[in-house]
Design a protein around this ligand. Structure first.
Ligand code: ZN
Length: 201
């Protein structure tokens, strides 16, 4: 199997992207994989997904998982489109997030290591800067938050203990406090609300 076909398969590169070249730089200890987008094929605005005319292309690099002992770099001229609504935007690439200099798989590796070791230890072992590592962590947090569905309060609880102490609770009257946390469900203090209101009158 030729180098380009090997890397196309292990990187999961699909149309309209293809592997244009693979270069081994022994001095730098790097494998550089050049990816290319087939001209004029299905360029979409990253904001709205509208098929848009090509504008130009910008050179970009991403660090990927190492190939054996060699640091592996993906390189590509990434097209920019001219969206009628959003203006000139760089198209999304399937192997990484917009603005990141690392592939998604490399970022996943970093996140796995951050579960096991400190940020400074992970940065040192993977040859990353503090800012790069914390940037990877921030993107992971942002992805997690974007997947989380907004939760409306699903339960109402009454703080019996505070009521008995006759303390005023900020933003409420001194009898009832509304809780938006599901933690009340796990509390032994949870009682049916009508019963509690009747009890406190
Ligand atoms: Zn658009």
């Amino acid at each position: 199997m030729r180098d380009k076909e090997l890397y196309r398969k292990i990187l999961g590169i699909e149309e309209p992207w293809t592997v244009k070249d693979v270069e081994l730089d022994r001095e730098k200890g790097e494998v550089r994989v050049e990816l290319a987008h087939r001209a004029g094929e299905g360029l979409r605005c990253p904001e709205c997904g509208t098929l848009s005319p090509g504008y130009d292309a910008r050179a970009r690099r991403w660090r990927h998982l190492d190939t054996c002992q060699f640091r592996t770099i993906l390189m590509a001229q990434v097209p920019r489109v001219s969206c009628p609504e959003h203006g000139v935007r760089q198209v999304s690439v399937p192997w990484g997030e917009p603005g990141s200099r690392f592939t998604a798989l490399f970022e996943a590796l970093v996140i796995d290591w951050l579960k096991e070791a400190s940020l400074s230890a992970v940065a040192r072992q993977l040859g990353l800067g503090w800012t790069e590592t914390s940037g990877i962590m921030s993107r992971a947090v942002r992805r997690g938050l974007s997947r989380r569905e907004p939760k409306l309060p699903t339960h109402t609880g009454v703080d019996e203990v505070s009521f008995q102490r006759r303390r005023r609770l900020e933003g409420t009257n001194n009898k009832v406090r509304l809780l938006s946390s599901n933690a009340m469900l796990e509390s032994s203090q949870v009682r049916p609300l009508p019963l509690l209101i009747a009890h406190t009158r």
